[in-house]
Design a protein around this ligand. Sequence first.
Ligand code: C2G
Length: 130
Amino acid sequence: MKRVITYGTFDLLHYGHINLLRRAKQYGDYLIVALSTDEFNKEKGKKSYFSYEKRKMLVEAIRYVDLVIPEKNWNQKITDIKEYHIDTFVIGDDWKGKFDYLKDEGINVVYLPRTPEISTSQIKSDLYNK
Ligand code: C2G
C-alpha cells in the first residue's frame, strides 16, 4: 500500500483544495491530511474562519482522504513520515523547494501546480467587498 501525506489549513474548503487532494491521492492508495490546528495557524500568521474540528469534519468527508491528523508545528513532518510509513509527500508548488529535506528520509517529494485564481483569502476579500 502506497501512502501519501499532505499538510495544510484547508479553510473555507474550495475547488483548489479538492484539486490538490485529488491529484495527491493519485500518488498512492492511502492519503493522510495533516490539518493545521487553530494554534498552529496563529504561528503561520493565519486565522481560519472554521475551527479545527469543523475543518477536520469537512476534510474527512472528501472521498480522496483516508485519515486526518493534526498539524501542530513545523517540525513534525519527519516524525509523521516514520510513524505513518509515508512513501510520498505532496504539497502545492507555492512551497516549491521548502520541503526537499524530506527526500533524505527516502520518500518522494512532489510539488503540484496550484489551481489558479482561487484562494481562501480571495474568497474572504471578494465577500468583504460585495
Ligand atoms: N492549494 C492549491 N491551489 C489553490 C489553493 C491551495 O493547490 N488555489 C493547495 C496549497 O498549495 C496546499 C493546500 O492546497 O498544498 C492547502 O492550502 P492551505 O490551506 O493554504 O495550506 P498552507 O497554509 O499552505 O499550509 O506545513 C505546510 C503548511 O501547513 C501548508
